[in-house]
Write a protein that binds this ligand. Structure first.
Ligand SMILES: [Fe+2]
Ligand SMILES: [Fe+2]
Length: 304
């Protein structure tokens, strides 16, 4: 069982901390390369697009990938900032670690906005991307802290998995993508550990009924994320059509929607909830019956 601490998280955060301008510099994406690795993209499942079409799909998917991280950071930053206040004045290390975490998410949002601008500039048009960040953040923050933290932990653990398993060692992947998500991975590593500590703290203070409600709310949040992914899938199809100056017939559109949704569900939900560190945390704060409820809900959701 890993042991995490606020003090270590803060120490490591200071060690890896980067500036947006150093990550971006004058780097550009290489149009001849894939901008997202195969495990995070629908491209490998869509051979009929042809090599150029598959590559173009990773370009629009990367724009959405970066946008969606910025999108979820809109609720992570205020949540963590609120949690930090519980430690104010008397528990400085925890306060400092969480305040720094929130500040890093603010930096990431600005990084991802700049990345979006570079993607748009290089593609020559403005990508259609999921809107409504503020109302989504309000909806999420209306749920119990336990539910929000479990969703957040899943997201931050998946950033670790994506970089280490799919981005870091893919030699055919665009180098700018690697630079951006290496930087994000470095800071997110501490966030995932702090989520772990904060989730345990939140659940410790809850009675059985409150825990049960948090699990129901987690199911609601996962369903809401899935609904957002579905919306972005529609945008991805439109973006690809524009990028390739090509219309898709009904069967092709259906294929694109199905495979892009499958890739996004893996990327933003399943690669998080099946991460071993997330599973450990989830087991610590739930009963077998609650885990079964979540499992059944995920199955229902993904068979729809
Ligand atoms: Fe982040
Ligand atoms: Fe984070």
């Amino acid at each position: 069982m890993p042991t995490y601490s606020y003090a270590n998280a803060l120490k490591n955060a200071y060690k890896v901390s980067w500036r947006i301008e150093d990550v971006l510099a004058d780097r550009r994406f290489d149009p001849a390369k894939r901008w997202l690795p195969a495990p995070l993209s629908a491209a490998p499942a869509l051979g009929w697009l042809g090599e150029e079409g598959q590559r173009a799909l990773t370009h629009v998917e990367l724009g959405a990938y970066a946008h969606l991280f910025g999108y979820v950071e809109e609720f992570i930053a205020p949540k963590v900032s609120a949690l930090a206040r519980d430690f104010a004045i008397d528990q400085r290390v925890a306060f400092d670690a969480l305040t720094n975490f929130a500040a890093e998410e603010v930096k990431h949002m600005n990084l991802f906005r700049a990345v979006r601008d570079r993607v748009n500039g290089q593609l020559g048009f403005e990508l259609e991307l999921l809107a409504g960040e503020a109302s989504t953040a309000r909806f999420v923050l209306g749920k119990s802290t336990g539910a929000v933290l479990l969703l957040t932990a899943a997201i931050e653990w998946l950033t670790q998995r994506h970089y280490l398993d799919a981005i870091k060692s893919d030699d055919d992947l665009d180098a700018f993508t690697q630079t951006i998500f290496k930087a994000h991975w470095q800071e997110e590593s501490q966030h995932a550990q702090l989520d772990h500590l904060e989730t345990l703290r939140a659940f410790e203070s809850m009675n059985a009924a409150e825990r049960d409600r948090a699990i129901d709310e987690l199911i609601e949040l996962v369903a809401a994320v899935d609904g957002l992914l579905r919306q972005q899938v529609e945008h991805d199809v439109a973006n690809l059509s524009r990028r390739l100056a090509r219309q898709f017939d009904e069967q092709q559109s259906h294929d694109l929607r199905r495979e892009i949704l499958r890739a996004k569900r893996w990327t933003f939900l399943l690669s998080g909830v099946t991460h071993p560190r997330f599973e450990e945390l989830f087991h610590q704060v739930t009963t077998p019956a609650q885990r079964e409820r979540v499992g059944a809900a995920l199955e229902r959701l993904f068979s729809a």
